[in-house]
Write a protein that binds this ligand. Structure first.
Ligand code: DC
Length: 685
């Protein structure tokens, strides 16, 4: 999926299957920093690949750490060679996006390093980062002897951290830090102060109540992996023992993100009501993350959960869910998911202890209240609580996401309203859905892989038209713009033709060709260079695009038994959130009830000219007149054949793109689409 302005979710009504979670953000950014400060190389397995970890990796590179990134996705290994506690670069400007887990610990570490070894570092982020408090950390660092300047508003980033070589820090007295705004300030100090605990114990004392203790537990567990055994008296006093030095564990596995798991635990509680549970892999009963305790809260609302090391299995239990009252101090991030589960409860849900929501990626209490109301809930909000009463009447909802990944992921769960009795079931539009990239770039793909919808509720756009009309390009661009699946039906005929050649099946052996088509083992995927296709496990992306494959396809596609054999395969592409189907008979035969049908045309001269340009650019010699003659012959054959002749559906909208750019054509189709959706055009952003 690309950067798209909105994603429409059709009514969803079930969930089953397996989700593999991305790596934990909290663990990833902590171990990146620890590996960056330690001596030697650490191999980090299953590290999260997201906006927040990317800014941390960029920062480490800028500071002179060695970073080798072996692959992406599951099985990814990132090798970080650390500084061994000695600055390699003494001046840098680091941009940290909206990543609190990068800003706070880097600020502490660089303040300490600059004050003792000399240097000048500027840390900044997106505008929202400059509204997220850091004053308590600055107040803890200054009495130590660190020079910290606030370059904008006092108490907020951007920060400048500087010092001269040979400075000593005042670590004889306990270092005091407030713990009631964000636990990240204490985490930052715990991660940074081993740098100056060679000769004496360093003691940190928390002033006031410490919120989000489970995140401190993660910090301590990871420090232990890097050889630093922090002594803890309750949650108020922490001692870094004299002689502390980061020692790389050599390699380390990052568990799946427990906060990300919360969306799928909730999904199971709401929608895993068939036979099979929803299985979540990456976190489980052995997790060190505090948000794993979200599972208890979800169970209190009705979820049935089984767990083991590294996995959870969730089933719907009680239905409707039970409204609960819960102090959520221990699970601040995952608690947002409870607020959305509350839509499916039998009474109000009151979540308290969530004052920290107001200083996160956005003011999450206000944002959550506003968006849940759009779906029809009654919401009361206070300084540190939210109370949600489920909708009596559900509404179609256009959800704003405030550049907050968790808002997008949480509110997607409102699309199951049909299960709560909304009739008709309501659609949900998520604005700026790509903001999930902060922690879970493939969230929606993962959701749609396990969530189901009635096929009839899944919107289909068909794009038909003659050969070389540009329908493939248009269909792919429209699918990208809407975040929908794409069916290139021509590829199925081309693949059938190719397979018949591989197997030596005669071009007129209709039953054998139909058998072949019915067993077609075809897989589609995305690579850096666009879409890719595999037939029987062998990549055929290029082979399918050849003129020879087109000719074979033209022949096999005239056989009714082949067309019938491919129909089931084509219908299976109709999956949430929606489908753009490209090919001759999409609007007439395969999806006659499609929501929007477009018939694309262009003059034979234009089409011949485009094909000519395409071939020449690939270094294939071509003659424009004979191309045009070929096209006209193929048009005649496709239009006059007995089965599924190529002609517009009666209710198709004609789009002559002879004089339109691809972008113009895409905009025209999107404008037609917008008229058929429950929502008006997206608000200006
Ligand atoms: O769109 P294309 O060039 O990839 O199509 C290859 C051939 O397959 C072409 O001759 C038309 C035929 N075809 C078809 O009959 N029905 C479809 N839905 C798609 C393609």
């Amino acid at each position: 999926m690309y950067d798209i302005p909105f994603l429409d979710l059709p009514p969803l009504n079930g969930a089953s299957g397996t989700v593999r979670l991305p790596g934990s953000k909290s663990i990833s950014n902590r171990v990146l920093l620890l590996a960056g400060l330690a001596a030697g190389t650490t191999a980090l397995h299953d590290l999260l690949d997201s906006d927040d970890t990317r800014v941390m990796l960029d920062a480490l590179r800028a500071l002179g750490c060695g970073v080798r990134d072996d692959a992406t996705g599951p099985g990814r290994v990132v090798h970080v060679t650390g500084l061994g506690g000695r600055l390699a670069v003494h001046e840098a400007k680091l941009f940290l996006g909206n990543a609190g887990t990068a800003m706070r610990p880097l600020a502490a570490a660089l303040a300490v390093l600059a004050a003792t070894q000399g240097g000048r570092f500027e840390l900044s982020g997106v505008p929202r980062m400059h509204e997220r408090p850091i004053g308590d950390l600055v107040d803890a660092l200054r009495p130590l002897g660190c020079t910290v300047e606030e370059m904008g508003t006092p108490g907020y980033p951007p920060l400048r951290l500087s010092g001269t070589a040979g400075g000593r820090l005042a670590t004889a007295l306990p270092i005091r830090v407030r713990g009631d705004v964000s636990s990240q300030f204490l985490t930052a100090l715990l991660l940074a102060l081993p740098l100056v605990a060679q000769d004496d114990d360093v003691v940190i004392e928390v002033e006031g109540e410490l919120i989000s203790q489970p995140y401190i537990a993660i910090t301590l567990a990871l420090l232990a992996r890097f050889g630093i055994g922090v002594q803890r008296d309750g949650w108020q006093r922490f001692t870094l023992p004299r002689g502390s030095a980061y020692r790389t564990p050599g390699s380390l596995y990052v568990e799946g993100d427990a906060s990300s798991a919360s969306y799928f635990v909730a999904l199971g509680a709401i929608a895993a009501h068939g036979g099979a549970p929803l299985r979540i892999e990456g976190v489980g009963s052995d997790s060190i993350q505090g948000d794993i305790r979200f599972v208890d809260a979800a169970q209190a609302m009705g979820a049935q959960v089984k767990s083991g090391p590294g996995w959870l299995e969730v089933h719907r239990g009680r239905w409707p869910l039970a409204g609960i009252a819960l102090d959520c101090k221990h699970i601040p991030d995952a608690a947002m998911t409870l607020a959305v589960m509350a839509l499916y409860a039998d009474g109000p849900t009151r979540l308290s202890g969530i004052a920290s929501w107001r200083v996160k990626e956005t003011d999450r209490i206000a944002a959550m209240a506003a968006e849940l109301r759009k779906a029809g809930a009654a919401v009361v909000e206070g300084a540190d609580f939210i109370e949600v009463t489920p909708p009596v009447q559900w509404h179609d909802a256009v959800i704003c996401t405030y550049d907050d990944h968790r808002m997008a992921m949480c509110l997607s769960l409102a699309a199951f309203n049909g299960l709560a009795g909304a009739a008709p079931a309501r659609a949900v539009r998520i604005l700026d859905p790509r903001c999930v990239a902060k922690t879970f770039p493939d969230y929606f793909e993962s959701l749609f892989a396990v969530a189901s919808a009635d096929a009839a509720a899944v919107p289909v756009i068909t794009i038909d038209g003659p050969t070389a009309s540009g329908k493939g390009t248009l269909a792919a661009a429209v699918a990208d713009a809407l975040g929908y699946h794409l069916l290139d039906s021509g590829a199925l005929y081309r693949a059938t033709g190719l397979a018949s050649q591989w197997d030596g099946v005669a071009a007129d052996d209709e039953p054998a060709l139909a058998r072949l088509a019915g067993l077609l083992d075809l897989r589609f995927g995305h690579g850096p260079a666009g879409s890719r296709t595999w037939l029987r496990g062998r990549e055929v992306s290029e082979d399918l695009r050849t003129e020879a494959a087109g000719l074979l396809a033209s022949r096999v596609s005239a056989l009714p038994a082949v067309r019938a054999a491919l129909e089931g395969l084509q219908l299976a592409f109709r999956r949430a959130p929606g489908l753009v189907a490209d090919g001759r008979d999409m609007g007439t035969v395969v999806f006659p009830g499609a929501t929007l049908k477009v018939f694309l045309t262009a003059s034979p001269a234009r089409r011949a000219a485009r094909r000519h340009k395409q071939l020449i650019s690939k270094g294939i010699p071509a003659n424009i007149d004979s191309l045009r003659a070929d096209l006209e012959a193929r048009d005649a054959r496709d239009a006059n054949r007995a089965v599924a002749p190529c002609r517009p559906a009666d209710d198709a909208l004609l789009l002559d793109n002879s004089d339109l750019s691809i972008e113009d054509s895409v905009q025209q189709v999107l404008a037609w689409w917008e008229q058929r959706r429950p929502f008006g055009p997206p608000p200006a952003r």
